[in-house]
Design a protein around this ligand. Structure first.
Ligand code: PMP
Length: 361
């Protein structure tokens, strides 16, 4: 049997590992920051109707410009944006990939700030874009001075700012984003996959788009919208950016079924987002109750919490798995990440930790 090493694979892919968050059948899957609430059944029925109708013309290629979907996304994000500012793809992973296909690539670099979303460096490798790892300040913070210093030092073509950051939950201030923009002639991408979970009053980078044609705000329907399985990510940017992406996207990349499902879901925005407040409450509960069990927590604006004080993350991972609970070991020493689930799931997780002896486990 041949192995990868026997193939004439590109040099920069040699020795790399693929994205590999475990996918296991468990009762409490709290490891990939999904919205664990199923979508309301009446909404599901409307989506099925939209899919049935799309199927009647499935012999034809879909709208390559997904115009209706872009209109709906513009209406959803507000900020006076129009369909011309919007773009969508199969998950925000594909959005980020298209951005690097257009603005990164061989001989170019992307600056990110680990620990951050693992796909950022994997997509860099896949597009043969050099990954430059900046460093964060204490508490995983990014300050205007720090991002400016890293941009001046490394002169990247693209900057990735994850706001709030996965896996730490750390928000990124608008001052930091604006400073990054001013410090570079390149593209600044703000990955706002978890934007809807931000506390009241925390502003989105969407409010910075006007007059900044190199700024891109990436979003997804996978998290707050509870639509991870449908694979719909999108971005907001200057229309010139979407023109650049038209050069690299595959024609008809968003299937007619994906477009129909996403439009139908956006028709029910209020119901789809109804769980967000509850998820925020469960996140705040984790932030409050994990310290009572002896763990440390990092402030989070997302639907997950990074907690420290774990003696042996691998042992805790296994002990929780035995109790049918899956959380994430990201290789950060003495830390683990847990998704804020439903109230019952959060209770089950906290009860299991308590049973195991909390931080003394
Ligand atoms: N960005 C961040 C920060 C994420 O955490 C994730 C999912 N874990 C994504 C993007 C990708 O999500 P999707 O492709 O489902 O939109």
């Amino acid at each position: 049997m041949a192995s990868l090493a026997d193939l004439p694979i590109r040099d920069n892919l040699k020795g790399l590992s693929p994205y590999g968050a475990p996918q296991k059948e468990v009762r409490y899957a709290l490891n990939v920051n999904e919205n664990t609430h199923p979508i309301p059944e009446p909404v599901a029925h409307d989506i099925v109707e939209a899919l049935a109708s799309a199927l009647l013309t499935i012999n034809r290629y879909p709208d390559r410009e997904f115009t209706t979907l872009r209109e709906r996304l513009a209406a959803y994000v507000g900020h006076d944006l129009t369909a011309d500012n919007m773009w969508a793809a199969n998950g925000s992973n594909e959005i980020l990939q298209q951005i690097l296909q257009a603005f990164g690539g061989p001989g170019r670099s992307v600056l990110g700030f680990p620990p951050t979303y693992s796909m950022h460096s994997i997509i860099a490798a896949g597009t043969d874009t050099e990954w430059v790892a900046g460093e964060r300040a204490a508490g995983y913070e990014l300050t205007p001075e720090l991002v400016t210093e890293w941009i001046e030092k490394t002169n990247p073509d693209v900057v990735f700012l994850c706001a709030p950051n996965n896996p730490t939950g750390t928000p990124v201030s608008l001052e930091t984003i604006a400073a990054a923009y001013d410090a570079t002639d390149g593209i600044v991408v703000v990955d706002e996959a978890y934007a809807e979970f931000a506390p009241e009053g925390q502003l989105s980078a969407l409010s910075l788009l006007d007059g900044r044609e190199r700024l891109i705000v990436s979003r997804t329907m996978s998290k707050a919208f509870a639509f991870a399985g449908a694979r719909v990510g999108y971005l907001a940017a200057d229309p010139a950016v979407t023109d650049a992406l038209r050069l690299v996207r595959l024609p008809y990349h968003l299937s007619a079924l994906t477009q129909a499902a996403a439009i139908a879901a956006l028709d029910h925005t209020a119901e789809m987002l109804a769980m967000v407040d509850d998820i925020r409450r469960q996140r705040d509960r984790l932030l409050e109750e994990l310290p009572q069990l002896g763990f440390t927590v990092w402030p989070s604006s997302a639907n997950f919490v990074l907690f420290g004080g774990v003696h042996q993350p691998h042992a805790l991972f296994e002990a929780l798995l035995e109790r049918d609970i899956l959380i994430r070991d990201l290789g950060i020493p003495h830390h683990m990440r847990v998704t804020a689930g439903t109230e019952a799931e959060t209770t089950a997780f906290l009860a299991a930790l308590e049973q195991l002896g909390g931080a003394s486990f």
